[in-house]
Design a binder for this molecule. Sequence first.
Ligand code: NAD
Length: 282
Amino acid sequence: VDESFLVGLVGDGVLPSLTPPMHEAEADAHGVRYLYRPLDLSRLSYTPEQIGPLLRAAGDLGFNALNITHPCKQLVLDELDEVSEDAARLGAVNTVLLRDGRFIGHNTDFSGFAAALAEGLPGAALDRVVLLGAGGAGAAVSYATLAAGAAELTIVDLDAARAVERAATLRGFFPRSRVTAADTAELPELLTAATGFIHATPVGMHQHPGIPVEASLLRPELWVADVVYRPLDTELVIAARALGCRVLDGGFMAVGQAADAFALITGLDPDRQRMREHFLRL
Ligand code: NAD
């Protein structure tokens, strides 16, 4: 491959992101020239609503692709010439390919989580899955879990209306699965019957320390997936491991979205294990 790649990450607060070094190291390992720059909206004096002009500027300057993050994953949809079916259903795009003057949107948050589940928790029972958190990450992981074949998915969020709305949307796309919303008060009962638990709220992040459900609600038979990756060993991950649960930490999703974006951008097959090892060193 003698092509070179210029890629950007658009969003607010993207300067400390680990995604650029993940892409660049993987490109180095493939012997490909690849430059990945964070494009911070406020630093560049662009408002989120100006994502269209920013996309076109990047196109004019020869960018091959952009990753899109908060707060533009929905706003960017209006600016695209083409959107993958999954990204359109999710209503969120995190990867835009710039090809022949056209903007093509994809979502690798969901596909990255699906890959993470398959690799990090192979054979995980998807009979009855409970998801806590129906925000941006929750939307991606719920879609991925149903796409992976979950029979039952119960969505719980402090914002009950958000959980109800997400469940209704997903039922339309996955009619063969049972998708419902439940109240946080029902968590003890739900977790007793669940085969897997996915956590997708900010609880456990450095800025939001704590555990999202009481550790006493976990059992060794229950697999546990956390999307929080700063820190990687959240209180939930530590408690679940101590009990002997199979655990997927949030780094798997972070690496999964990056690996899938790298594959879309370059057409190369990333080495996910190598990307995870690099991520763990960052
Ligand atoms: P968000 O604000 O869009 O959604 C968070 C949701 O959690 C909201 O609906 C909120 O009502 C709910 N919530 C908050 N506290 C709760 C609680 N105690 N109980 C029940 N519900 C609660 O946020 P987001 O973008 O979805 O991010 C959530 C977390 O996922 C963050 O820690 C973020 O860093 C992480 N994340 C990880 C990846 C990854 O690749 N691993 C990707 C995206 C987001």
